[in-house]
Ligand binder design. Structure first.
Ligand code: FA5
Length: 326
């Protein structure tokens, strides 16, 4: 019996098969166990000897099973190691990662600048009411200046906001007469014809400061500081008088481009007394300044981008140039 089983053991190549053989060779229904049962039929003087022989055979087989198990386990481990071997000299796969869009980088840079000056960041709805987008900013229904910002209306009273300035009105009402120092970045929409510097959808960063003795000099200093921060002190810039119904006086800032012309980057001014009043502030007691910066225009001027549409066409060859951050 021992020889027969030993032969079978040595032929087995698989750990599962070995386990099966072990139960059939040594288990309850095995030949050896059958002999044990028949022990009682033997003459008394033969019983101890035969019993001993059966037990010794069992023990010897256990050992052989264990040994074979060890051999097979080692073989399995080696095969596994062989299969999982890593060739560190193979060329790697190139991982293509995304990155922050240039416009977001510019937005975050300007945000950080204003956070450093103690401004809070606000948010406002892109679908806005006519009331906030125009009326609260001193542009009644038939005001001719509404034509300055041709709009996408959704119904009679709602439109895609044409600028981030409605957030001024919302913040004033929320603040209930307290001092204000906020910026609000976001998307805006206009029925402008797309060209190199105009898009029907673009981004602005609104700013609003209200408090006692806020002056035009503060506005000028703030605008100069943010423009110098972004473009450096070498860049030629121009402050030019302008007109907005919600500020008086009003100005615009132009930055000199690489191709030799001034491009307008922002509108600003001292908050109009009517706007302060509608927002719940007394123009006799407090003053305010506000500005609206075009984010695309900043990026165009700093990186000599030749066409605003480059920002929206998602050509990775364009986007990859700005992967490393500002
Ligand atoms: C306004 O939108 C005013 N709300 C700005 C303002 C805020 C004035 C607070 C006073 C106080 P304007 O239409 O000029 O103004 O737009 C502001 C800036 O947005 C422009 O200087 C320009 O940088 C950018 N901009 C305007 N139209 C477009 C366009 N179609 N495509 C890309 N950028 C634009």
């Amino acid at each position: 019996i021992k020889q027969k089983i030993e032969q079978q053991i040595n032929q087995i190549q698989d750990l599962n098969d070995l386990q099966l053989l072990r139960s059939s060779a040594l288990g309850k229904k095995s030949e050896l166990q059958g002999l044990m049962i028949h022990l009682k039929d033997l003459p008394n003087d033969e019983k101890p000897m035969v019993g001993k022989l059966i037990n010794e055979t069992k023990q010897a087989l256990e050992l052989i099973f264990d040994e074979r198990k060890g051999v097979l386990e080692e073989k399995a481990l080696n095969e596994k190691l062989e299969k999982e071997q890593v060739d560190v000299t193979l060329p790697g796969l190139k991982l293509v990662t995304g990155s922050t869009h240039l416009l977001t980088q510019v937005q975050e840079d300007i945000e950080q600048f204003f956070i450093g000056l103690g401004y809070e960041i606000k948010d406002g709805p892109e679908v806005e009411s006519d009331h906030y987008n125009f009326e609260m900013l001193n542009l009644e229904k038939d005001h001719p200046a509404r034509a300055m910002q041709d709009s996408f209306y959704i119904d009679v009273n709602r439109l895609l906001r044409t600028h981030t300035s409605p957030v001024q009105a919302r913040t004033m009402l929320e603040s209930e007469g307290k001092n204000i120092k906020i910026i609000c970045p976001g998307k805006v929409y206009r029925r402008d014809d797309d060209d190199q510097t105009h898009s029907h959808q673009f981004m602005q960063i609104e700013g609003l400061v209200i408090g006692e003795s806020v002056s035009f000099a503060d506005l000028k200093g703030t605008l100069l500081a943010v423009i110098r921060h972004f473009f450096g002190s070498e860049r030629t810039i121009r402050l030019r008088p302008s007109y907005f119904p919600f500020t008086e006086p009003s100005v615009e800032v132009d930055v000199f481009s690489e191709d030799g012309r001034f491009i307008e980057v922002l509108g600003a001014g001292m908050v109009h007394p009517n706007v302060l009043k509608m927002g719940g502030y007394d123009p006799q007691k407090v003053q305010g300044f506000a500005f609206g910066i075009g984010i695309e225009r900043l990026a165009i001027l700093k990186y000599a981008v030749d066409d605003i549409r480059q920002f929206y066409t998602n050509d990775v060859r364009f986007l990859n140039q700005f992967k490393g951050g500002l």
